[in-house]
Design a protein around this ligand. Structure first.
Ligand code: GRF
Length: 216
């Protein structure tokens, strides 16, 4: 496969398994990512399997550790370092794909309007606290790091996933795409999250391809 004439350069940030990164890498390999090209994978964790996935595909992988996350000065220095490493690869887009750190304006101001996030729950367009599903059921807009468990704990009939632009407000920012996923009887956090991820894999490829087409 020939490289696209004007690649749309994408950096992917991961903290764990990186199955969404894999979906992007696979799509790139089969020519299904338009003119988008994954140029960098970054993790805050040395053992993130996503780093291995990157290397297997010949993509640059960087580990940028955050040693004392609660120290604001250390955190700001880490965000500067993260931004420096990232900027060296001149990305058009940064995808937070299971990146478990909140980024502040220290980082975000270096890449205005270029950072998107995957969230494994349904978020509304208005930044509010409720979401109305396609069948008219109103459910809470779940935010934070445990939203799959929260959906089960609250006994919701439906949840899903959202891809949105990143702003300094956590799990907020303009929505680019979302999809609903029904919660089935007997679902555990693992089975439900696995089904959500299957949908996320398709959605992230769609969104990156779309942004690449619009900006390429
Ligand atoms: C996804 O469900 C994403 O929405 C959330 O973290 C998970 C990452 O999964 N932020 P993986 O590492 O891509 O498998």
């Amino acid at each position: 496969m020939n490289a696209p004439a004007h690649p749309y350069r994408v950096a992917v940030f991961v903290s764990g398994s990186g199955s969404n990164l894999q979906a992007l890498l696979d799509a790139q390999q089969t020519g299904d990512l338009g003119n988008a090209e994954i140029v960098l994978v970054v993790s805050d964790r040395a053992d993130a399997y996503g780093l291995q996935r990157a290397l297997k595909h010949g993509v640059a992988a960087a580990f940028v550790p955050l040693r004392r996350p609660r120290d604001p000065a250390v955190r700001a220095e880490w965000e500067h370092r993260l931004a420096d490493v990232t900027a060296a690869f001149t990305p058009d887009l940064i995808v937070l794909a299971g990146f478990m750190r909140v980024l502040s304006p220290v980082f975000l101001d270096r890449f205005p309007n270029r950072v998107i996030n995957q969230h494994p729950a349904l978020l509304p367009d208005d930044g509010g606290d409720a979401f109305t599903t396609s069948c008219g059921v109103v459910i809470p807009a779940l935010r934070g790091a445990h939203v799959v468990a929260d959906a089960l704990r609250l006994g919701l009939p439906i949840t899903g996933c959202t891809i949105h632009r990143v702003t300094p407000a956590v799990d907020d920012g303009p929505v680019l795409a979302r999809a609903e996923v029904p919660i089935l009887p007997g679902d555990t956090e693992e089975t439900l999250h696995e089904r959500i991820k299957q949908v996320e894999h398709r959605l992230i490829v769609e969104v990156v391809t779309r942004l690449a087409r619009l900006n390429g």
